[in-house]
Design a protein around this ligand. Structure first.
Ligand SMILES: CC(C)(COP(=O)(O)OP(=O)(O)OC[C@H]1O[C@@H](n2cnc3c(N)ncnc32)[C@H](O)[C@@H]1OP(=O)(O)O)[C@@H](O)C(=O)NCCC(=O)NCCS
Length: 160
């Protein structure tokens, strides 16, 4: 059942969250990211990351990880726990990232998403990201199957 909004907190993902993010990431993606790798990412000065946490019991139910390069940002990963999906948490995480990125002077946010990932593509479209290209056979799945990536972008402009 989706989490209730009033029990949710959105906050910057400090390195202490690495283990929880790694565990949630592993439950959502074929290729796991270990906690040390996530911690190094969070410690990097160019990283911008948020977690959504729920109370009672306290747990991390969503995360977004991005990296800044000059005035652009790339979303590296986004995930919401299966039991908490479709309750607006993904949108909150993307909106929170946009606001953090704008405060840091970012003008455009990019990401790659698997062409079959209807949920993520639907979310990014709903957040005004536009498709700007396709990378052929960019992802390799377990078992060897390959899949195209869609490259999506959102211009942040001067305000909004
Ligand atoms: C993609 C993901 C982060 C979405 O998180 P979420 O919290 O469920 O998303 P939201 O509830 O904020 O949904 C916002 C909008 O996205 C779209 N969307 C979300 N899930 C969808 C689905 N399963 N099918 C189609 N559209 C979907 C809808 O437009 C939705 O708005 P609506 O509920 O008003 O129709 C989540 O499904 C997830 O973690 N998936 C596994 C990991 C993953 O694929 N990450 C993205 C890698 S780039």
């Amino acid at each position: 059942m989706p989490e209730k909004r009033h029990l949710l907190h959105l906050q910057p993902a400090t390195p202490e969250f690495a283990g929880d993010i790694s565990a949630l990431h592993s439950s959502l993606f074929e290729k796991a990211w270990d906690a040390d790798g996530v911690r190094r990412l969070l410690e990097h000065p160019a990283s911008v990351a948020l977690v959504a946490t729920a109370e009672r019991p306290w747990r991390v139910i969503g995360f977004i990880l991005a990296q800044l390069t000059a005035d652009e940002a790339e979303i590296l990963s986004l995930g919401v726990g299966v039991m908490s999906q479709r309750a607006g948490i993904g949108k909150m995480l993307v909106q929170g990232l946009i606001e953090m990125a704008q405060r840091k002077g970012v003008k455009r946010i990019f990401l790659d998403v698997a062409a079959s990932n209807a949920a993520a593509i639907g979310l990014y479209r709903a957040m005004d990201f536009a498709e700007m290209g396709r990378r052929k056979e960019y992802y390799s799945h377990n078992g060897g199957r390959r899949e195209d990536a869609l490259l999506m972008v959102r211009d942040l402009g001067e305000s909004s």
